[in-house]
Design a protein around this ligand. Sequence first.
Ligand code: COA
Length: 262
Amino acid sequence: MVATSEYIVCDLKNGVLVITINRPDKLNALNKQTIEELHEALVEAENQHEIRSIIITGAGQKAFVAGADIAEFSNFSVAEGKQMSSIGHFKIFNFIENYSKPIIAAVNGFALGGGLELAMACHLRVVSDNAKMGLPEVSLGLIPGYGGTQRLAQLLGKGKAFEMIVTADMITAQDAYKWGLANYVTTQEELLNKCFEITNKISTKSPTAIKTAIKVINAGYNNNLNGYEVEIEEFGKAFGTKDFKEGVGAFLEKRKANFKGE
Ligand code: COA
């Protein structure tokens, strides 16, 4: 089990950890404490073998996350702004992107600024039909600082990313789907069920192979690495895992594999 804290509710269901960001009166805006608590929950969950995947969502019916907490950074200096961005990248956004288990964002309403950046750092996004998504930072005299300038262009292409960032426009769930930002769109009622449909599939597969796949896919977006070379290396290493023996053994014996993640 992973501990619940003031702003982060953790609920473990059949090997899936559902993390709910719980500041509904502030539309789940990410203040420093929420970032710390989310980081701690993710660190705790990483070493728990029974947890195969994670879903992150927002409390209430209105918002996933409406961004970084504007009140909290309103008087920041240049140095404090830089530190805020750098801590966020390290503790949440890069941390999630490179996490060893798949993380799905269940976007149940507004995903703005840091909220959309959080959803984009996750490996998949399932979006409810009432959701509005955007990077409105230029309205505040800022730019996205939690990876939005990079990940939006990776997911949507440079042209649409430029448009969304320089106009600060929000897009609908259907547009997010059309542009490849959302894997699926559902009703708000069906949102978690759709996520569980995906996590149920993940739970039957090899955790070691999934961890490696995340690493190798991300390698292709790292300018210091050659994704193809990393793939060759990691493909070879997979043959040394117990999960490989189990997966191939199960196929040849015509039975279901029982992966231990070793
Ligand atoms: N940071 C801090 N507080 C926030 C917040 C944020 N990013 N987004 C919303 N809130 C707070 C509001 O201040 C308000 O608090 P209050 O009741 O104490 O005044 C509460 O959440 C409800 O928001 P409100 O603006 O009244 O709801 P709305 O339905 O009228 O508008 C939004 C919803 C999402 C359009 C609007 O809240 C908004 O534009 N938020 C900021 C989005 C943003 O710029 N994010 C990027 C930050 S870098």
